[in-house]
Design a protein around this ligand. Structure first.
Ligand code: HEC
Length: 242
């Protein structure tokens, strides 16, 4: 006997079972698209953890505490001469920094570039008066200078000469300015210290400006005293005043 169409009941159970069997089946593997074996994944994790730890240990000096761009309360500026930085402890850098601002007093005549003004204000850059003995240099600025002088082969005789700065500047201000002019614009010479200026001040009471010939005996002499740092600091003071 044959089932009439109206009495046909599709066997849903069979169909479902068939479908679910098909859907459980994995798609055919294609070359190059095989799943990654668990072992490889596991080894990759091990490499990442061990390698990452090594990178964390071998910083090459990098410190997030220092380089952190969000940390505004940073470690101090390590550049020489920077405020509160390591450079602040260097007496030479400190003197240069203070001397640079103190030089404003001199720059009006001798100019910011230390070249002076031809025929009027002699240059400090390359000047034998600046680079020579500190005995003469301290005296020039302490008591002033007048009359005909020669600087780098050029004659100067500016009316009124240069005033004395001894009364207007403290010993340390003057020392810093002299250290600055001895080490700027290509100049390089030993520091002048506050103690050296004080020594000359105590020994030399002079009301009038110096002349070139008055100063000649001091031209090559250095004020004796300890030179704490900077260029030539370790060189023996060969020309110390007697
Ligand atoms: C008002 C202008 C003027 C000012 C400010 C001045 N000088 Fe002079 N300075 C002169 C003149 C002018 C001479 C040359 C004097 C002469 O002809 O006898 C001179 C000479 C010198 C010399 C010797 C010559 C040379 O060129 O090396 C030195 C060193 C010097 N000055 C340093 C200083 C320093 C340091 C300051 C600041 C503390 C200063 N001067 C401020 C005008 C000035």
């Amino acid at each position: 006997m044959s089932a009439s169409p109206s009495s046909f009941q599709p066997d849903n159970t069979d169909l479902d079972r068939l479908h679910s069997a098909v859907s459980r089946e994995k798609a055919d593997l294609q070359p190059g698209r095989e799943p990654v074996p668990m072992l490889v994944i596991f080894l990759a994790i091990v490499v990442a953890v061990v390698g990452g730890n090594q990178l964390g240990v071998m910083t090459g000096g990098y410190s997030f505490k220092v380089s952190n761009p969000f940390n505004f309360a940073q470690a101090p500026d390590p550049r020489p001469g920077a405020a509160d930085g390591a450079g602040a402890a260097d007496p030479f850098q400190l003197a240069m920094k203070k001397g640079a601002s103190g030089y404003a007093v001199c720059g009006g005549c001798h100019q910011g570039n230390g070249l002076g003004i031809a025929g009027q204000f002699p240059p400090l850059a390359g000047s034998e008066w600046v680079l020579g003995g500190t005995e003469r240099l301290v005296r020039v600025t302490q008591h002033g200078l007048i009359g005909a002088i020669t600087v780098k082969g050029q004659g100067y005789n500016t009316p009124g000469g240069m005033q004395a700065f001894g009364a207007a500047m403290s010993a340390s201000d003057l020392a810093n300015v002299l250290t600055y002019i001895r080490n700027s614009w290509g100049n390089e010479a030993t520091m002048v210290t506050k103690e050296m200026v004080e020594k000359v001040r105590s020994e030399e009471k002079r009301a009038s400006q110096w002349t070139e010939s008055d100063l000649a005996p001091f031209a090559d002499k250095n004020v004796p005293g300890e030179i704490p740092a900077g260029p030539g600091a370790t060189a023996p003071a060969t020309t110390a005043a007697k």
